[in-house]
Ligand binder design. Structure first.
Ligand SMILES: *Cc1c(COP(=O)(O)O)cnc(C)c1O
Length: 365
């Protein structure tokens, strides 16, 4: 009897029957450019600061941590600026958990969330896990989303929650402020919570604004961020949001008590106090990102403009073959299942070279 046969014999929830666990392949190859991690690693001085901070927590590890993670919220507010205080901040184990808590508080049975695919594939999964309906909106043929179209779709569907991913994963392009403003207004009647997922905000092109600018006077707007990408801390699991104090109070109703461990809090606080060092590689990554866009164009492919640390590109006759050829060369990128397209993370200069060389060789065959 295989694992799925055995699973079928358990009294599993009807809506989970037949499902497979979500997740990109975790393969052991030399060049990992498939899940948009920061491949530069944590700089030595930041590592030492984190180690010292964690060591200090060990004496008190027999006690539950600060349930309110007050120091962490203060540090996050200081990092974001924009006149935010700890009252506006919330955090959890990755922004995935932050998004799940938002759905637990504002979604649920009888309610709907809306996203605009192709977008982050966790939105429908988190909706399903919380019993929230999911409405898939549509984008233009070139995967952009205009203010008029997004607002019209939100007005027509009246969702309780809207996910706006900016820059969008997997396409990499940021949304205009006008889209966020128009969607917020369109959600007025249904009192929709508008979530702008800015997981990659630190990689934005110069002049790309953050939705943090729009928080004032918009109590149903929430901006979600993470330390998994620019901060190179995907393994530490720390995501956060900025929003109105009422929103963070709502999340206190659904969070598990002590959901952020003392180790996690200490790690994140030490990282934020060393943000200059941790973020020093962001500029390097942006250089490699722009290099990928440039060189893919020279190869006759069609990369989307990127405000993130990855590039989504089309123009491939057989993307799965290209993906496999790169994997054979020890370079893992992402097949996001969109015809003609693949997605690649900008790595170090050497990793980026390995990717571009592998792809060039494949196309020349
Ligand atoms: C990577 C990513 C996240 C981050 O998830 P964490 O749980 O914080 O690691 C969130 N949203 C999008 C769109 C992402 O690509």
């Amino acid at each position: 009897m295989d694992q799925f046969e055995r699973l079928r014999q358990l009294p599993l929830r009807d809506d989970l029957r037949g499902l497979r666990p979500y997740g990109a392949p975790q393969l052991n190859v030399p060049v990992l450019l498939n899940v948009n991690e920061n491949t530069h690693g944590v700089p030595t001085d930041a590592k030492e600061a984190i180690l010292a901070a964690v060591a200090q927590e060990l004496d008190g590890l027999n006690r539950y941590p600060d349930r309110e993670f007050t120091v962490l919220r203060q540090e996050l507010a200081a990092y974001l600026g924009h006149g935010l205080t700890e009252e506006n901040l919330w955090a959890a184990n990755g922004s995935n958990e932050v998004l799940q808590q938002l759905l637990q508080a504002f979604g649920g049975p009888g309610r709907t969330a809306m996203g605009f695919p192709p977008t982050y594939s966790m939105y429908p999964l988190l909706a399903s896990g919380t019993g929230t309906g999911y409405v898939a909106g549509v984008r233009e043929d070139d995967f952009t989303l205009t203010a008029e179209s997004a607002a019209e779709q939100v007005r027509r569907n009246g969702p309780n929650i809207v996910f706006l991913c900016s820059p969008n994963n997997p396409t990499g392009t940021a949304l205009g402020q006008d889209v966020v403003e128009a969607v917020y207004q369109a959600g007025e009647e249904a009192q929709a919570i508008i979530i702008v997922d800015e997981a990659y905000a630190e990689f934005a092109q110069t002049g790309t604004p953050s939705a943090l600018n729009l928080l004032k006077g918009r109590p149903r707007l929430v901006v979600s961020r993470t330390m998994s990408k620019a901060f190179a801390l995907a393994g530490a699991r720390l995501g956060y949001l900025a929003g109105a104090p009422e929103v963070t109070d709502a999340l206190r109703l659904v969070r598990l008590p002590y959901h952020l461990s003392a180790i996690t809090q200490a790690t994140a606080v030490a990282a934020l106090r060393n943000s200059t060092s941790l973020l020093a590689n962001v500029e390097q990554i942006k250089v490699q990102r722009d290099r990928i866009v440039q060189e893919l164009k020279e190869l006759g492919l069609t990369p989307a403009p990127s405000d993130s640390n990855f590039v989504f590109f089309g123009g491939l006759e057989n993307p799965h073959e290209a993906w496999q050829a790169l994997l054979n060369d020890g370079v893992l990128i992402r097949d996001v299942g969109i015809p003609g397209h693949l997605r690649v993370t900008a790595g170090t200069e050497a990793e980026t070279t390995a990717f571009l060389t592998g792809l060039r060789t494949f196309l020349a065959r």
